[in-house]
Design a binder for this molecule. Structure first.
Ligand SMILES: Nc1nc2c(ncn2[C@@H]2O[C@H](COP(=O)(O)OP(=O)(O)OP(=O)(O)O)[C@@H](O)[C@H]2O)c(=O)[nH]1
Ligand SMILES: [Ca+2]
Length: 494
């Protein structure tokens, strides 16, 4: 055996030098290209929206890249703060307290938004059904409350943009914008998702239906042109059909004769509380039905019967008159249900607690679950859920029954369309609700026309520069072929 040694042509000094220079050139070229065109360090802008709901106020902080205001999906919720205490409409007798109640969350916002952005950060407060009801009942009181929150908010260093009561249409439409913006459906021109919002004092349904052009009921029609697409949205807000006011209506229904006690099928057996007639009837949703000569209080005792509860709940809906081709309830027009729906706020709280967020199950199974929950004694319910707020816990039988009835009898969801509902709280980290849509609209962040298609994205640019550099280098090496050392076919024997 003889030792053989091949002479590797790549090891000649010329090729080594060429290779090293080539590699250095590529690295330098790519580095310069990448650094030169790297997106600048990201700067963010902020916006703050206060959702002054009937049951409570919440503050949301949104953030988006400073140079890309128009890009869909780029605005995100970075923080939320729940105001302690009730909604601002509950401070009608002491409006200054409504302003004060916002202080803690506003101070939190001061901490969260970088100081140098404070002055340019828009701050909005939108009030919903609680203030709508107060405005009906006592408009000077609602003005006082708005004035008080206004002067409280103006003390903070943000760019205050006003506090006002949203109309039901706005509340429904902006909830729909939020859901579809977060799902990235608007820029893509995709089919949209409907929005179902169940608050404490009102509830909204909003969706696009092919059959609906707005002509049959103009007051339910909202048109948008977003990113070059036209949308004709159906939306309706039912005042008094939020879950707290609906509960009042069912109690009013059961206390018509002004009795001193009622057996309420919507509460668990063994549950009993004393309620005040004047407190119960202190709302425009029921005030006209206050029984004469009723005692000051009545005892509400649970009977825990889902079927009977559903009967009482049904009685707060009016199905008799409809002057349109079709109605949901109370003579309100509603086109054919279409597409998927996102159901949020109390829809989510309640159905999540009852383990009913899976909408692929038969409606009969939803009823069975409610049946068994409602008939469970109150003691047992409390024992099973020691950490849940007693007020929420006591109302889940009613709330679950109300939601099922509202969806199926009210809005006419059937087995198939029910399975198109998704109970949601957040989408990609941002809460579902009207606040984001409201801010996007007021800051003109959703353009009517599609923005020009962006130039090559950074990653694409880097890839192309790298590929080109490598190709150039290969071409260079190949062009030097005449200088390549000849390699003999025969291995040399040393
Ligand atoms: N079970 C449960 N209920 C909740 C929770 N938070 C709020 N609720 C109740 O759910 C209902 C709706 O709450 P929200 O969506 O905050 O209602 P809101 O915005 O104050 O009322 P609107 O002005 O009508 O929109 C109210 O009855 C609340 O008391 C929760 O964490 N769990
Ligand atoms: Ca709300």
């Amino acid at each position: 055996m003889s030792a053989m040694k091949e002479k590797n042509p790549w090891q000649t000094p010329v090729t080594i030098i060429i290779t090293v220079i080539g590699v250095i050139a590529i690295v330098a070229l790519v580095t310069v290209a990448v650094l030169q065109n790297r997106p600048l360090p990201q700067k963010y802008k902020y916006g703050i929206v206060l959702d002054a709901g009937s049951s409570h106020t919440a503050l949301y902080i949104y953030e988006w890249p400073a140079e890309k205001d128009n890009n869909t999906g780029r605005v995100e919720q970075t923080h939320s703060c729940k105001v302690k205490g009730p909604g601002i409409s509950s401070y009608a007798h002491d409006p200054l307290k409504a302003g004060e109640s916002l202080r803690v969350c506003m101070q939190e916002a001061e901490q969260r938004v970088p100081g140098k952005r404070h002055q340019e950060t828009p701050l909005y407060l939108g009030a919903t059904a609680g203030m709508r009801l107060l405005n009906i009942e006592n408009s000077s009181a609602s003005d006082e409350v708005l004035k008080a929150v206004e002067s409280a908010l103006q003390k903070f260093p943000f760019s205050y943009q006003g506090a006002r009561i949203l109309s039901g249409q706005e509340e429904g439409a902006f909830g729909w914008v939020t859901v579809n913006y977060l799902d990235d459906r608007l820029t893509q021109g995709l089919d949209t998702t409907g929005a179902l919002d169940l608050g404490g004092a009102s509830t909204q349904i909003s969706f696009v239906s092919e059959k609906f052009d707005g002509s049959e009921s103009p007051s339910n029609s909202v048109t948008f042109r977003l990113y070059g697409n036209d949308y004709n949205l159906y939306t309706h807000s039912f005042l008094c059909y939020g879950k707290d006011q609906a509960l009042r209506m069912t109690l009013a229904q059961q206390t018509q004769s002004g009795q001193a006690s009622i057996l309420d099928p919507c509460f668990n057996t063994g549950y009993t509380v004393m309620k005040n007639y004047s407190v119960l009837y202190d709302s425009p949703c029921v005030s006209d039905r206050k029984p004469q000569n009723a005692p000051a209080t009545f005892n509400q005792t649970g009977k825990g019967n889902f079927t009977e509860c559903q009967e009482v709940v049904k009685s707060v809906f009016n199905f008799t008159h409809c002057k349109y081709s079709q109605c949901s309830f109370n003579g309100v027009f509603q086109p054919l249900l279409q597409g998927p729906f996102g159901a949020f706020s109390a829809y989510y709280f309640v159905m999540n607690f009852l383990n009913l967020t899976d909408t692929s199950i038969p409606l009969k199974a939803v009823e069975d679950k409610l049946n068994s929950f409602c008939s469970t004694p109150w003691n047992q319910i409390k024992q099973q859920h020691p950490d849940v707020k007693v007020k929420y816990l006591a109302e889940y039988c009613f709330s679950g029954t109300y939601i099922l009835t509202l969806l199926t009898e009210g809005y006419k969801f059937d087995q198939t369309s029910y399975s198109n509902i998704k109970f949601i709280k957040k989408i990609k980290g941002s809460d579902a609700g009207w606040t984001l849509g409201y801010m996007l609209n007021l800051t003109n962040m959703i353009p009517a026309e599609a923005p020009d298609s962006p130039p090559l994205p950074h990653a694409g640019y880097v890839s192309i520069v790298t590929i080109m550099a490598v190709l150039l280098f290969i071409l260079f090496i190949v062009s030097l072929r005449p200088l390549w050392p000849r390699c003999s076919k025969q291995p040399q024997i040393v």
